[in-house]
Structures are given as structure tokens and as C-alpha cells.
Ligand binder design. Structure first.
Ligand code: NDP
Length: 309
């Protein structure tokens, strides 16, 4: 067990956390970044990223996150591969405790712990991740040219992903557990009028099939219990995200879905000195480049806060 004291601590090693660290380091704040155990965050689960500026030939999620980490290290930032599991915001400096038994004290905190895509049955399905099972159509859709894919979910994300996938796939099967979508009307209209999209109403995924790569799914109709097997090459889950905010809920204002509420045009939370950046406070966009920008904003606001102390 070790005790660390740092003027500013950043939680998270996705684009928001790393960018916050870069800006904080360049501001001379000597930040400490605690990476969490899923180092690199959600992007490490994606294949090729073609929409992050600066990589004209695309970059893999892993490579992008490794480059960001290296950039942070080159700036002299201390990175600790540990996960915070408890916070006390009632005292100053704030106190954080970790899974590895370490204790941290800091005057200023940037929370960039992200959100985690929901999986249907993570343990059973994890072998297919990157082999036909994805939670990001914009990341992986390109690999399904002229193939049949399924999108699971009935919200805005599922609707947008289904329409997006029709740019590549020959057929997109939208699987929804109810008989009406929760997606906005305008997105529903796009779904209904797209000849490449077929909807399986009242259905859930009973099983994903495939020796190595995904080769099909078994759907179960929740009303009739009838099962049917569909051959396809890709399954895209769009059943929502869970923000990683559990340990903060005692102190921070969260919205009805658990995302941290920040002040308008700001990364400031309801606790002075605690800032939030990236997906943990953004349930709408959830894109790497936007998270990175948000991390920069949080660091700039943190610098201003620290200089006012
Ligand atoms: P949502 O929570 O809105 O939708 C999740 C969908 O997945 C629902 O249809 C839900 O079904 C279904 N679902 C949840 N759990 C399961 C399960 N275990 N098995 C099968 N189906 C399941 O999440 P989204 O990611 O779509 O959107 C998150 C937020 O981001 C929303 O506020 C949304 O409006 C916003 N967003 C906005 C966009 C835009 O404005 N362009 C684009 C994308 C997202 P059911 O309906 O039965 O509950």
C-alpha cells in the first residue's frame, strides 16, 4: 500500500483522460493519471478507426490508445495502473482509495471514467468480440460489405447503427424485444423506409453461433417462445451504455441514467474542484474525438480552479 499526494489527479485512460493529462502537464500541474484496469478504455475493443483526425490510413483502437499513453508519459505524467474504488469528497484534499490498496490525496480531480457498453451475456459472448460481435457500427461496419448483420436494440443508437450499416451490408436485421421502437420518430421513419432493413419484433438473442467468428444467431420470440436460426456475419449490440459513476453517486449530481451532470458549457460538477470529462458526462455523442476535446476543457478549467486557491 502506498500513499500518493498530487495537486491534480485524473481518473481514466480513454481519450478524455489522456487529453486532460496532456493539457494539465503542459500547464505545469504535474498530474497523476490513474488508468483503471481496462487501460485505454472502450476504444481498445474496436478495430480500425478512420474518423480520428491525423490518421489518414486509419489506426487501430489499440494503437491509438498506446500512442496517447506514450504521449502522456513523454510529458512526464505519472501513470498508475490501478482502479479507484472509493472516494471521499467531504474532506479537502479529496481522498481516493484503490483496488490495489493505495491511498491518494488531491486538491483537484478530473473524472474521465467513461461508460461501458452493455453486453447481453458478456461471459458467454466475449470470445466473439472483434470476431463478429461489436458495440460500434461506425468503428466496425466497414468490414461487413455485402454481408448480413443484426443490430440489437430499439433506441436511437440501434436505429442510427442499423441505417449506417446499410451503407455496407446487404441486409440489416434489427432485433427488438418489444413491438415498438423507442428511437426518435425521424429515425424510425428512416428505418421503416429502408429496403435493406428487416425488423424482428418481440425478439431477443437466445444464442450467438460460430466456431471462431460469428456465423449466426438464434432468436427467440418473447411472446410465442418460438425460436429461429438466422445465418449472418455480424452482431451489433446497441442496448445502451452504463456510465462508470457508481463510486461517485453519493457526492455528485447524476442524471436519471447515471451520467455526471456538469454545468452548462463547463466540465465543472456540483463539487468545487471536481470536474468530469468525456463519456461519463456525455450520453449523446460518445465519440473519441469529442471525449478528447472534453478532456482538454476539463484540464483548462482545473488549471483555473487551482490557480484560484
Ligand atoms: P437506449 O437506452 O435509448 O436504448 C436501448 C435499447 O436497447 C432500448 O430499445 C432497449 O429496449 C434495448 N435493450 C436494453 N437492454 C436490452 C436487453 N437486455 N436485451 C434487448 N434489448 C435491450 O440507449 P441508446 O444507446 O440507444 O441511447 C442512449 C442515449 O443516447 C439516449 O438518450 C439516446 O437518445 C441518445 N442517443 C441519441 C442519438 C441521436 O440523437 N442521434 C443517437 C444515439 C444515442 P426497450 O426499448 O424495450 O427498453
Amino acid at each position: 500500500m502506498a500513499q500518493y499526494v498530487s495537486k491534480i489527479i485524473i481518473l481514466g485512460s480513454g481519450p478524455a483522460g489522456y487529453t486532460a493529462a496532456i493539457y494539465a502537464a503542459r500547464a505545469g500541474l504535474n498530474p497523476c493519471l490513474i488508468s483503471g484496469f481496462e487501460v485505454g478504455g472502450q476504444l481498445t475493443m474496436t478495430t480500425n478507426i478512420e474518423n480520428f483526425p491525423g490518421f489518414p490510413l486509419a489506426v487501430s483502437g489499440n494503437e491509438l490508445m498506446q500512442k496517447m499513453r506514450q504521449q502522456v508519459l513523454n510529458m512526464g505524467v505519472t501513470i498508475i495502473d490501478d482502479k479507484i474504488n472509493g472516494v471521499d469528497f467531504n474532506c479537502r484534499p479529496f481522498v481516493l482509495s484503490s483496488e490495489n490498496g493505495n491511498c491518494f490525496q488531491t486538491e483537484c480531480l478530473i473524472i474521465a471514467t467513461g461508460s461501458s457498453a452493455k453486453w447481453l451475456n458478456y461471459e458467454a459472448h466475449k470470445k466473439y468480440i472483434g470476431k463478429g460481435l461489436s458495440t460500434c457500427a461506425t468503428c466496425d461496419g466497414f468490414f461487413y460489405k455485402n454481408k448480413t448483420v443484426a443490430v440489437i436494440g430499439g433506441g436511437n443508437a440501434a436505429a442510427e447503427e442499423a441505417v449506417y450499416l446499410t451503407n455496407f451490408a446487404s441486409k440489416v436485421i434489427l432485433v427488438h424485444r418489444r413491438n415498438e421502437l423507442r428511437a426518435d420518430q425521424i429515425l424510425q421513419q428512416r428505418i421503416f423506409k429502408n429496403p435493406k432493413i428487416e425488423i424482428c419484433w418481440n425478439c431477443v438473442v437466445d444464442e450467438i453461433l460460430g466456431e471462431d467468428d460469428v456465423s449466426g444467431i438464434i432468436l427467440k420470440n418473447v411472446r410465442s417462445d418460438e425460436k429461429k436460426k438466422i445465418q449472418l456475419s455480424g452482431v451489433f449490440l446497441a442496448i445502451g451504455h452504463t456510465p462508470n459513476t457508481e463510486i461517485f453517486k453519493k457526492y455528485l449530481k447524476l442524471d436519471e441514467d447515471g451520467y455526471i451532470v456538469t454545468k452548462p458549457d463547463s466540465c465543472a460538477t456540483n463539487i468545487e474542484g471536481v470536474f468530469a470529462a468525456g463519456d461519463v458526462q456525455d450520453k449523446v455523442f460518445q465519440k473519441a474525438v469529442i471525449a478528447a476535446g472534453s478532456g482538454a476543457k476539463a484540464a483548462m478549467e482545473a488549471q483555473k480552479y487551482l490557480s484560484s486557491l
